[in-house]
Design a binder for this molecule. Structure first.
Ligand SMILES: *[C@@H]1O[C@H](CO)[C@@H](O)[C@H](O)[C@H]1NC(C)=O
Length: 415
């Protein structure tokens, strides 16, 4: 289902000339993908929308840390009413318009299994789908493409709060987990099939290879492909790389799954090695990652489906509710990564110096160019309440991410 080459080159030159994505015939993945994630909508993350979690900010050892515990503590009725208000307000039609005007051609929308294959014995609440369909309509009206992304699986596939449930990696450890995950995917694929904006379904976000055997992930991917393709034959299937290096990608996505995209996520802030890099070294790493992406893209379309402009982990609660940051020595270490490093002002664009703004802009251009050497990129996140280096709309409207975001034109990464 690749875009025919004539059409693709017409699109590329139109994009290069005008920036904004030209409308495509339906059911084609735009190439390159220039996208954003609609994170924090159907799967809560305390650091994206801290206002929802503020009531527990000072609670000793807070009982609320993620969507599961948010609903468990509030109870079904109160959770339902707060989440309904959140679904109604967090993504507005004006956000989708702003993104289209900035040259974004694709939205990746995370959603948890509990919206698709509910179990009333769990604390999660339902009612997400009409709000999802509203966003699909807004996207369709502007010629934007959508990737639906299963972001949480039963038991949690990674133990992160963004799977819905922080803590253990339980996915695949109970007999019913895989069938339930496949049921959720079937439901997601049926939504994809009936809505022309949807071009792809991602089988599962970030399964952790350290908690689930690699062979089990690969086997699940083959099953997921069949389920998605039988419910939505025209829909491309996206597979996250399970945090494995590029040398292992071919094992995860067998070549007979012909209509696939490999998705790798590239952050510079979750390990001490990349946290300490200089600004030029951050840009150089982006370009090096782009070369891996380009190499595998020759075999299977490859995207960077999550990245940001953060070079510290200072966004409040980024590492989990009530947790600190490695950067200033308040999480997982007792000293700052660099002598004297603090988090003050790191996520407040208003305090950035001209030098810092220029460095962040260079980092943006390097990443966009690097990932366009593959099949494109999807920024995390479309917006945030307070973490500016993760807020696409704010960054682009302030000129830190160039608009239109034509990465291939930036001249940051040399071949
Ligand atoms: C790909 O090959 C595997 C194993 O050889 C098989 O189980 C699976 O059904 C195949 N999938 C497709 C879409 O051909």
């Amino acid at each position: 289902m690749r875009v025919a080459s004539l059409c693709a080159s017409a699109l590329l030159s139109a994009a290069a000339t005008h920036g904004a994505a030209a409308p495509l015939a339906s059911r084609q993945v735009a190439e390159p993908i220039r996208g954003v994630n609609l994170g924090g909508l159907f799967v809560l993350e305390p650091w994206i929308t801290p206002s929802l979690f503020e009531p527990w900010a000072a609670a000793p050892n807070s009982p609320v840390v993620d969507e599961w515990t948010y609903c468990a503590v509030l109870g079904r009725d109160e959770c339902q009413s707060r989440l309904r208000a959140h679904w109604r307000s967090w993504v507005q039609e004006s956000d989708v318009s702003a993104l289209a005007a900035l040259g974004i051609n694709t939205l990746r929308i995370p959603i948890g299994y509990w919206a698709l294959a509910p179990d009333r014995s769990e604390p999660y609440v339902q009612g997400q789908i009409p709000y999802l369909e509203r966003v699909l309509d807004w996207a369709a009206r502007r010629g934007m493409r959508v990737i639906l992304d299963l972001h949480g699986a039963p038991g949690s596939q990674n133990g992160f709060d963004n799977s819905g449930r922080r803590g253990d990696i339980g996915w695949t450890k109970r007999g019913g987990d895989i069938p339930r995950t496949l049921s959720a995917l079937r439901a997601l694929a049926r939504i994809a099939a009936r809505h022309p904006a949807v071009v792809a379904v991602e089988a599962l976000n970030e399964p952790a290879n350290w908690g689930v055997p690699k062979a089990a992930i690969a086997q699940f991917y083959t099953q997921a492909y069949d389920i998605i393709k039988s419910a939505a034959p025209a829909t491309t299937v996206v597979f996250h790389d399970a945090f494995l290096p590029d040398s292992e990608w071919a094992n995860l996505v067998p070549q007979n799954l012909t209509d696939s995209i490999l998705d790798t996520h590239i952050y510079h802030v979750f390990d001490e090695g990349t946290l300490g890099l200089s600004a030029p070294a951050h840009a150089a790493k982006a370009c090096a990652d782009g070369r891996s992406i380009r190499r595998f893209n020759a075999r299977t379309r490859t995207i960077c489906g999550e990245f940001s402009l953060a070079t510290t982990d200072c966004a409040r609660w980024l590492n989990g509710f009530q947790r600190g940051a490695r950067w200033d020595g308040t999480f997982q270490r007792t000293r700052p990564v660099l002598p004297g490093a603090t988090c003050a002002g790191q996520e407040d664009m208003g305090t950035w110096s001209a030098v810092k703004r220029a460095e962040v802009r260079q980092f943006a251009m390097a990443q966009l160019q690097a990932y366009e050497a593959g099949s494109g990129w999807i920024f995390w996140n479309f917006k945030t309440e307070s973490a500016d280096s993760w807020n696409y709309i704010k960054l682009a409207q302030n000129g830190i991410i160039p608009s239109p975001p034509v990465g291939s034109a930036f001249g940051m990464c040399l071949a």
